[in-house]
Design a protein around this ligand. Structure first.
Ligand code: DLL
Length: 433
């Protein structure tokens, strides 16, 4: 049986959701126009006033907000409430430029934690659950968001944060944790370590996992589910919009329901900005309609995915987004061809490898070099050169057929590629240096 945290809104009829969205959008646009000079100027420059926005059908009239705007307005330029009403900041681990600093009022924290609670209940959580939160705590939103959601549901919360892998496993075993929250790459590592310790899936108390914060393939899901003996649920979010819980997966495991009472999603053509019809793949754009301190309107996420309103067997009525294949800025252009790391991961896992890999891109004689380094599993590990060459050839052929370009494949010994405790870094691109 499917359980819901807030059934009246998660399963509300479409007309009701759209009516609520329209009301909230109109009020939000008016509020930011009157209170945030940065938005007022942006809307004035675009020739649109709050009077032009009568409902969700007018959303497309509003200007986009981009990461560049966040940088321009850093740190306080987009504040929708006086600082004295703000109770928290969170921040991204961006490697270039200024960090994004997002602000929250108590209302915003409650809204965010409720979204995470919906995700936990959808993954089978209840006040009987022991929920281990192994996302990082601190400025990163993963730990604090799932921690708050777990409290709201009434789970026994185990705030291990990331790292110290053997201690994580000790808590899972000793406290009989039933839900694990972490990045998929860390879940894969925990699974690998438990296997090494001789733990079989039936000896692991976990029942489900809530994994997100980075792109991961369907094949990686199957792999994690098998090793840990759990059902693995995807969760999506970004700091600018609150953190995890903007969208979450249900038992159908076929896309993530977007919490549409708080966020309106659109898919646009990333080159022209044109709104694309339902089902098209493009850049995901979000409008947060009831956040107070950091009110994002038509924020361009740079994540590439599609939306579907097909009826979901779980009973929820909120639109579903497909697994993002990665950010448009994660996409590599190698010899003119668009390559997403998640496509490479699909080929690797289909051929029996794990998600321990690295993509190394460089330039020699004005041509891009492209190498995929992959760990052999202990079962396939051999020092027979002929056998290794055979495996490399097969993998190179798989990559060629998926990507349309040739990669050099290097198989390396088990445990030689560094494991990740948070978001995995899989691409080394020396062309940018
Ligand atoms: O990663 C929030 C989060 C924490 C989500 C824990 C889920 C679980 P940021 O650090 O701001 O926030 O990074 C946001 O991560 O724009 C996507 O590119 C990527 N991302 C997040 N969730 C997923 C997912 C958190 N399930 C950026 N699948 C987003 C693919 C994801 N990519």
């Amino acid at each position: 049986m499917e359980n819901y945290y807030q059934p009246e809104i998660e399963c509300a009829p479409r007309e009701e959701i759209e009516k609520l969205q329209s009301e909230r959008l109109v009020a939000q646009v008016k509020r930011v126009y009157e209170n945030v000079p940065y938005y007022k100027k942006k809307m004035d420059d675009h020739g649109v006033t709050p009077d032009d926005i009568k409902g969700i059908e007018d959303l497309h009239k509003l200007p986009f907000l981009s990461k560049a705007d966040l940088r321009d307005a850093y740190p306080y330029g987009l504040l929708g409430k006086p600082l004295k009403e703000c109770v928290r900041i969170q921040s991204t681990s961006g490697t270039t430029g200024k960090r994004v600093v997002a602000f929250y009022t108590q209302h915003d924290v409650d809204l965010w934690e409720e979204c995470c609670a919906r995700a936990i209940v959808a993954a089978g959580g209840s006040d009987e659950s022991v929920c281990q939160v192994s996302y990082g705590y601190g400025l990163f939103t993963g730990g604090p968001g799932l921690n708050g959601g777990s409290h709201k549901v009434g789970c026994l919360t185990v705030p291990t944060s990331s790292g110290n892998t053997d201690r994580q496993i000790m808590f899972i075993q000793d406290l009989s944790a039933t839900i694990l929250c972490c990045t998929p790459s860390y879940a894969a590592y925990l699974g690998e370590r438990m296997k090494e310790m001789g733990l079989t899936p039936d000896q692991i108390p976990l029942k489900s996992g809530i994994f997100g914060a980075e792109a991961w393939s369907e094949e990686m899901r199957q792999d994690i589910q098998k090793t840990l003996g759990i059902k693995a649920y995807d969760i999506y979010g970004l700091t600018e919009l609150s953190g995890p819980g903007v969208a979450f997966e249900c038992s159908a495991q076929s896309g993530m329901h977007i919490n549409e009472d708080h966020f309106i999603a659109e898919i646009i053509d990333p080159d022209t900005g044109e709104v694309l019809p339902e089902g098209s793949t493009g850049e995901l754009v979000f409008t947060a309609i009831d956040k107070e301190a950091f009110p994002m309107i038509r924020y361009r996420t740079r994540d590439i995915c599609s939306l579907s309103r097909e009826k979901c067997p779980c009973g929820r009525t909120h639109v579903k987004m497909s697994k993002p294949k990665g950010r448009s800025d994660d996409m590599l252009i190698i010899r003119g061809v668009n390559v997403f790391p998640s496509q490479i991961e699909t080929v690797l896992l289909n051929q029996g490898y794990t998600s321990n890999y690295q993509i190394v891109v460089g330039r020699e004689n004005n041509t891009d070099t492209f190498e995929v380094r992959v760990e052999m599993t202990p079962e396939m590990f051999t020092d027979n050169v002929g056998q290794i060459q055979e495996l490399q050839k097969k993998l190179a052929a798989g990559l060629l057929s998926m990507l349309g370009i040739k990669a050099k494949v290097s198989l390396v010994a088990p445990k030689t590629i560094e494991r990740s405790e948070g978001k995995a870094v899989r691409v080394i691109d020396t062309r940018k240096i």
